[in-house]
Design a protein around this ligand. Sequence first.
Ligand SMILES: NC(=O)c1ccc[n+]([C@@H]2O[C@H](COP(=O)([O-])OP(=O)(O)OC[C@H]3O[C@@H](n4cnc5c(N)ncnc54)[C@H](O)[C@@H]3O)[C@@H](O)[C@H]2O)c1
Length: 340
Amino acid sequence: VAVEGSRRPAAVLAMAAGLPDRFFPPPVRQRLGELVDVVPDLVVRDFSTTSARAAMAQAEILISGWDCPPVTAAVLDAAPHLRAIVHTAGSVKGHVTAACWERGIVVSTAASANALPVAEYTLAAILFAAKGVRQAERAYRSRRAVVDLVAEYPWIGTYHRTVGIVGASRIGRRVLELLRPFDLVLSIYDPYLSAPEAAALGARLVGLDELLAGCDVVSLHAPLLPGTRHLVDAAGLARMPDHATLINTARGGLVDQEALVAELVAGRINAVIDVTEPEVLPPDSPLFDLPNVMLTPHMAGAQGNELHRLGAAAVDEVRRYVAGVPFAHPVVVRDLAQMA
Ligand SMILES: NC(=O)c1ccc[n+]([C@@H]2O[C@H](COP(=O)([O-])OP(=O)(O)OC[C@H]3O[C@@H](n4cnc5c(N)ncnc54)[C@H](O)[C@@H]3O)[C@@H](O)[C@H]2O)c1
């Protein structure tokens, strides 16, 4: 819907080439064009080119995406009208620099829209882990004969299974919401959460050691920050009960990966791993071959048609900005230190 009678500020897209078509299918692109003047066919990857400089000299809104270069003081000096950065993805830490905050640029993120697919992936991973699906599948495939589930897999099942969530982040909270209908026992660890807040989310607030020792499935949703590197270390992994599953869709650096590989090679626990250090893993990493590991290529976040959700979220934020309404998903500078 066009914002009738209102001005159409100039906007610039800055992200990897090809991404705008993935974020904004034609009807959404049209909606965006009704709200703002976007320089046609310009997708900035380098703010120093002639076309980028010309566009930034007019721009009021920067619509950023993956691979947007840093918006430095020099970029801002050449963009005197810039007032807003609307990010079509999650973390803004890669491109929104201190200079942006100093100049009072307002910033929005699509992290909440990106949280949904991560939470869906996690829900599926938790339910399959609790049921022992991958272990039973493996046994059936290799034996091509009856698998005596009752005798061999007494530990499986989703009834009253204990699930621990690390981090009441956007994603962690969404995972807890999705887990509500099930007969699971939920715990959460987050140093910034109170016990009543945890209870309101349907989980019991516990310490990290207690969570690791007491949960059959542990899912990591904390941001990688200086204080969360190797949050789950060798001692923490050793606390996990036999047959437990560690799910990591957050960041590889949250886990001591060497210690994790050692535990997984020993075969005592299982893992669902979407993120590693480094990304991509070296071809000889044992994680590629271990039967008790499900390894995916950093795909839990928005992919395929889920990018349309991010694009729609960004266009909604542009609409708000043009209408003079505060962002629904602002990034607030004082929260940054705790944010992904
Ligand atoms: N696999 C993917 O494709 C994918 C996609 C999106 C996000 N992620 C990752 O998922 C994680 C969550 O993302 P988000 O956008 O929901 O994060 P977020 O920015 O919403 O998380 C911030 C919250 O994390 C919690 N937190 C901070 N420090 C903590 C600590 N020491 N221990 C436990 N909790 C702590 C706090 O509640 C804080 O408010 C991040 O690691 C992010 O990088 C992965």
